[in-house]
Design a protein around this ligand. Structure first.
Ligand code: KE4
Length: 429
C-alpha cells in the first residue's frame, strides 16, 4: 500500500535552501543524493516517528544518525534541557553537570578514567589523534578503508597505490601534507595490519570497533585483539571511535561486548542525546597531557554545554540493563523481519546486525571490508529506500549507513515497517 506522499512544501523549501546552503543541506548525507531523490524537510518528531513539512509521517530509522536512542522528544530529556535552559544556556565555565556526565561515562567505560568533552565527533577524533601523537612523539596514524571518524583533514585520506603506503587526500582542500602521515589498510585484514606495523612507527591505530560508515561491518573473530596486540608490541596507542557504538551496542559500548580495551575512546551522539556533545577519553596519565593539566592544546567555546550535557545525562540515566535487552530485541525483530521478507521475495539481501544497529546489504554475503560494501547493489538499496519512503518508512539514505532503531520503536512501528518492507520488495523485485 503506497502512502499518498505530497512534497510540495519540501520542494519549495529545497529550492530556497539551494540558494543559501551548499546542496541545500548542512550535512551531505541529508541531501539523499545516494538514493536518487531530493531531501525531505522535517517539521517535527515524536518517539519513533518523524513528520515532514507536508504532513507525511514516517517511522524513522535515522534517529539523527544515532543520538536518539530513546526516540525523538523523549519527555524526560526535553524536560532536562528546558530546565537547564531556564538556568542559562552557556557559561564558558565549569558546571556540576559536566563532572556528573564524566563520572557517568567512566562508570560505563572503565578504560575511560578521564574525559574531555567537545561539540562534535570530528573534534573529538581530531583531538584524540593529537594526543596520541604528543604522547608517543610519533606522527603516523593507521586507519581503515571505509571507516569515518569525522571530517578531520588527516583522516580524509584514501589508500594510495600498494599496501600500507601513505594515504592520498580523499577530498579537495586536504593537502598532501595532511594525509602523508596516514596509512590506510583494509578492515579485517590482519596480515595488512601486521605489515603496516612492521613498516611504520605509528602513534596510533584508529578504528570504529563496529564500523558503521561502510554499512555495518563487524570485526572478524580476533581482529580487535590483533589491533590491541600490534599496538602494544610496537608502542602505539589503540583508539576506538565509538561515536556510533558507544552506549548503544552495550552500556560500555563495543569495547565491553568485545572485551578489548583501547587506550583512547572517541564518543559522541548518544552522550549528547540529540544536542551537540562528543568527547574523547582514556587513562588519567594519558589524558593529563591535555591542557591545562598538560601542554597538548585543545579547547572549545561550547564544550560541555549545559543544555547538551543535560540531554546527555538524561539519555544515559535512562539506559539501564532492561533498556539494552529491549533494544536488542527490537533490533532482532527488525533484522529477522528484513531477512524473512527478502527470502519471501527472492531478494539477494544480507542483513548484518548488532544490538542497536542494522544494515541490510543488497549482496549475497556480508561484506568483510570496504570493497565488499562497495560491491553491494547500491542501486537496489536506493530503489528500496525510495519505495519505503513512499510507504511511510524513513531509512538511512545510503547503503554505507546503518539503521538506528530506538527504544521508542514499538511493535506497531515494527509491523508497519515490515509491511512496507514487504511491499517495497514486491515493487522492486
Ligand atoms: P560528527 O563530527 O558528525 O559529530 O561526528 C563524526 C563521526 C565520527 N565518528 C564516527 C564513527 C561517525 O559515524 C561520525 C559521524 N557519523 C555520521 C553518520 N555516519 C554523521 C551524519 C552526518 O555526517 O551528517
Amino acid at each position: 500500500m503506497s502512502v499518498s506522499i505530497t512534497d510540495a512544501k519540501s520542494a519549495e523549501l529545497y529550492a530556497r535552501a539551494l540558494q543559501r546552503l551548499p546542496g541545500g543541506v548542512n550535512s551531505p548525507v541529508r541531501a539523499m543524493q545516494a538514493i536518487g531523490r531530493d531531501p525531505i524537510f522535517i517539521e517535527r518528531a515524536d518517539g519513533a516517528e518523524i513528520v515532514d513539512v507536508d504532513g507525511n509521517k514516517y517511522v524513522d530509522y535515522v534517529c539523527s544518525w544515532g543520538p536518539l536512542i530513546h526516540g525523538h522528544a523523549h519527555p524526560e530529556i526535553v524536560e532536562a534541557v528546558v530546565a537547564a535552559a531556564h538556568k542559562g544556556t552557556s557559561f564558558g565555565a565549569p558546571t556540576a553537570a559536566e563532572v556528573e556526565i564524566a563520572e557517568e561515562i567512566a562508570r560505563r567505560m572503565p578504560s575511560v578514567e578521564m574525559v574531555r568533552m567537545t561539540s562534535s565527533g570530528t573534534e573529538a577524533s581530531m583531538s584524540a589523534i593529537r594526543l596520541a601523537r604528543a604522547a608517543t612523539g610519533r606522527s603516523k596514524i593507521l586507519k581503515f578503508a571505509g571507516a569515518y571518524h569525522g571530517h578531520v583533514d588527516g583522516l580524509l585520506a584514501q589508500a594510495g597505490s600498494g599496501l600500507a603506503t601513505a594515504g592520498i587526500p580523499a577530498s579537495p582542500g586536504v593537502p598532501e601534507a595532511a594525509t602523508h602521515e596516514t596509512v590506510i589498510v583494509d578492515w579485517n585484514d590482519g596480515a595488512a595490519v601486521a605489515t603496516a606495523f612492521a613498516e611504520h612507527d605509528f602513534a596510533a591505530v584508529i578504528a570504529e570497533p563496529y564500523p558503521a560508515n561502510m554499512g555495518l561491518v563487524p570485526p572478524v573473530e580476533g581482529f580487535l585483539e590483533l589491533l590491541r596486540n600490534q599496538a602494544d608490541e610496537h608502542g602505539a596507542l589503540l583508539i576506538f571511535d565509538e561515536v556510533i557504538s558507544g552506549f548503544r551496542v552495550a552500556a560500555g559500548g563495543a569495547q565491553e561486548r568485545e572485551g578489548v580495551s583501547p587506550d583512547l575512546t572517541v564518543m559522541g551522539k548518544v552522550i549528547g542525546g540529540g544536542l551537540p556533545a562528543a568527547a574523547y577519553g582514556g587513562g588519567r596519565t594519558l589524558m593529563e597531557h591535555i591542557a591545562p593539566a598538560g601542554d597538548v592544546y585543545q579547547a572549545g567555546t561550547l564544550s560541555g554545554n549545559p543544555l547538551a550535557v543535560a540531554a546527555g545525562l538524561a539519555t544515559l540515566r535512562l539506559l539501564d540493563d532492561p533498556a539494552y535487552l529491549k533494544l536488542g530485541a527490537i533490533t532482532e525483530t527488525l533484522a529477522s523481519g528484513l531477512r524473512d521478507a527478502a527470502a519471501q521475495h527472492g531478494v539477494a539481501l544480507t542483513v548484518v546486525s548488532v544490538p542497536g544497529l542494522v544494515t541490510p546489504f543488497f549482496a549475497e554475503t556480508a561484506p568483510r571490508d570496504y570493497a565488499g560494501a562497495q560491491a553491494a547493489d547500491h542501486g537496489a538499496y536506493a530503489a528500496f529506500c525510495r519505495a519505503l519512503l513512499a510507504r511511510g518508512v524513513y531509512p538511512p539514505a545510503s547503503q554505507y549507513e546503518a539503521w538506528f532503531p530506538s527504544l521508542a520503536h514499538g511493535p506497531a512501528h515494527l509491523d508497519r515497517t515490515l509491511d512496507a518492507v514487504n511491499a517495497a520488495f514486491a515493487e522492486i523485485s
